[in-house]
Design a protein around this ligand. Sequence first.
Ligand SMILES: [Fe+2]
Length: 313
Amino acid sequence: MAARFKKTSSLRYSFATSSRQAPISLPYFTENQSQLRYVASVPVATPSNSRQPAPFSTLPLSWPHKGWDHNIASQIVPSHRPPRTISDKLAYTLIRICRWGMDFVSGMPPESPGESLAGIPGLVAGSLRHLSSIRRFAPDQGWVKTLLEESYNERMHLLTFLEIYKPGLVMRALVFAAQGVFYNTLFLAYLISPKFVHRFVGYLEEEAVHTYSRCLREMDKGLLPKWTEDKSIRIPEVAVKYWGMEGRRTMRDLVLYVRADEASHRGVNHTLGNLDQLTDPNPFIEAHATENHMVIAAVRPAGLEREEVVGKQ
Ligand SMILES: [Fe+2]
């Protein structure tokens, strides 16, 4: 039987194995707050009345978004960084092939299939750089945070759209299969050439900016009435909370902010693809603390050149 676990005061918790049982008082910390001390191991408990996780909108944000200036988000445009090396050309060719494949299976909401995969590269890159740092007993040059935040941001895109459109069985099966292939392929690719993977993701995000820009154009022309006229579509609370969309709760605003996020990932990954993977610092890490690093990246669609990051060698 699942246990119930409930906080009964600021310092005491109670726990019971069924709803009919009286809660057993369990000392958790000493009563003296100035000398908080762990005094008992507490069993992990789950709510007995539901196996459903808490609604996403009620959970605290792991990486709160700093929000977008509406004018900056409106000025994002599709852009392309011409390939310069053989590796760049290979990355771009692969993206074009993937794009063709996505268009081929179109008919599904365009944002969902891509968003279900877009959260993977940052996680793979961030986790591998984290492991590399541990292996080498050396700092990671500040890359891990930005990469993991990118994967969280992409997951927020997906979870937001899934609050609006519930995926069917076919979509779930496709995502399941695609995730297995994409994750493992990226994992191996990042071990072989992280530079190639960052360039690949830079081109992937170019396509994302292109897709959302097309959505915005079509919404403005009235070609997507399900997004502009369907009164049953409400911007989910999680999106309002994440992007700070109070007062701007239209689908157009949501797409505008998601596109700006993609533009930021475009700039970040093209920048990281320009850098020495082992020695160069992440130029966006300082901005994390003081300003919105995503703005800096979004307005540099081809990324920062290495000379700008480390100076002329
Ligand atoms: Fe996304």
